[in-house]
Ligand binder design. Structure first.
Ligand SMILES: *Cc1c(COP(=O)(O)O)cnc(C)c1O
Length: 401
């Protein structure tokens, strides 16, 4: 019989095998605000190319001031779930503001988008129903679907023919309601889901359509509403989940937004909402300020778009291969995992912080540096980043000298 000592020895050996496989994730410590430049605990200032701070709002003075104000007027926290004594006026305001911004009827807040997805499916669908999910959907969607009794169908990533085939399979299996669910934007490649076509296919099959907008809300589309605006189907998505922890301020918090009856039922039955604490007032106040900024002007998303176009062009001119597209997520392909790590390490020495991704986060042989452009970057940051990539890429033989 194994005892507790054996258990801890077992964990040490698991950790060792993660290290030996080269998959151990270590965390770099930064000592500054999030921004175009961050300071590391070694006292170095490096250009930051790996935050989800798409609009630069995580250190925006107006957002910080609004968070301070909410802290003063509404306190540090609620010490309660929403339905006991955790709902303040500002929570209701933020829920309405998100619904208005995204073209829906009502919104429910969660502690994180992970919880929004985790608590979405089980309350809405039962064993007679079907969920048809893109195979590369985010981990939180996969976990949420696992918690639900609905029949599960997976379609090949971004593959409309297979989506139709899986919808037919769901019909053949006698599904009552069908929900197609996809990331609006896929975070490893920056691929933007073909929502216009997916909507058409869903309509033909009488299916509902839900999307996760974590990498889109706030900046994709002409006024930053997201993938539905970008693809011309604003107001035509049944369910949208999203985060307050990326473009929309960068603190934390998530939401589901959609039709009134969906949101009302989630408030009654969604477990991460019912059994987890209210979003802190400072985050709620900050998030309302974020929406004020974004509804007031498209300046930030316009700058992000211009920065992205500049960087994508310049890094290719330097000789690197990128995944084509227009999203600020710019995957710079290295293919070899060791080279990707070497490139990332050398970039850091040259004052540029960008991390490598390799198997199992991306398929084997598809290692890359994933750069994320922000509106907080100025042209000189991007020029310096491209120069560092060029120098390191030549040294490592990734681009011609
Ligand atoms: C980041 C992310 C999440 C999780 O968001 P949190 O609010 O940090 O929990 C969920 N889905 C997708 C697609 C994401 O990129």
């Amino acid at each position: 019989m194994a005892n507790a000592d054996d258990f801890y020895a077992h964990l040490r050996s698991e950790l060792q095998s993660i290290r030996e496989a080269g998959l151990f994730k270590s965390e770099r410590i930064i000592t500054s605000h999030q921004g175009a430049v961050v300071q590391t605990n070694e006292g170095r200032e490096v250009i930051n190319l790996c935050a989800n701070n798409y609009l630069g709002l995580s250190s925006h003075p107006q957002v910080i001031e609004a968070a301070h104000e909410a802290l003063r007027t509404h306190g540090y926290g609620l010490s309660s779930v929403r339905f006991i004594c955790g709902t303040q006026d500002i929570h209701k305001t933020l829920e309405q503001r998100i619904a208005r911004f995204l073209g829906t009827e009502d919104t429910i807040l969660y502690a994180a988008a992970f919880d929004a997805n985790g608590g979405l499916f089980e309350p809405l669908l039962g064993e007679q129903d079907a969920i048809i999910s893109d195979e590369l959907n985010h981990a939180s969607i996969i976990d949420g679907i696992r918690l639900c009794k609905a029949k599960r169908f997976r379609y090949k990533h971004n593959d409309l023919a297979d989506l139709q085939a899986q919808l037919q399979a769901a019909d053949a299996a006698g599904a009552r309601f069908k929900l197609v669910f996809t990331d609006g934007v896929f975070s490893m490649d920056g691929t933007i889901a073909q929502l216009d076509k997916i909507r058409e296919i869903c309509d033909r099959h009488g299916a509902l359509l839900g999307i996760d907008e974590c990498h889109a809300s706030g900046f994709l589309g002409k006024t930053g509403r997201g993938t539905h605006e970008h693809r011309g189907v604003f107001g035509k998505i049944d369910i949208i989940t999203g985060t307050l922890g990326k473009a929309l301020g960068g603190a934390s918090g998530g939401f589901t937004t959609g039709r009134k009856e969906v949101i009302e039922l989630l408030r009654q039955r969604s477990r991460p909402y019912l059994f987890s604490n209210t979003v802190a007032p400072s985050i709620v106040g900050g998030s309302i300020a974020v929406l004020d900024i974004l509804e007031g002007s498209t300046e930030l998303r316009d700058k992000l778009e211009a920065n992205t176009a500049y960087f994508r062009e310049a890094i290719q001119a330097a000789g690197f291969e990128i995944k084509p597209g227009t999203h600020p997520i710019t995957p710079i392909m290295v293919y070899d995992a060791v080279k990707a790590q070497q490139l990332s390490a050398r970039l850091l020495e040259l004052g540029v912080y960008a991390v490598g991704f390799f198997y199992p986060v991306v398929p084997k042989g598809q290692a890359r540096i994933r750069v994320q452009i922000s509106a907080v970057h100025e042209r000189h940051h991007l020029e310096k980043a491209v120069a560092a990539f060029t120098q390191a890429g030549r040294e490592l033989g990734l681009i011609p000298a």
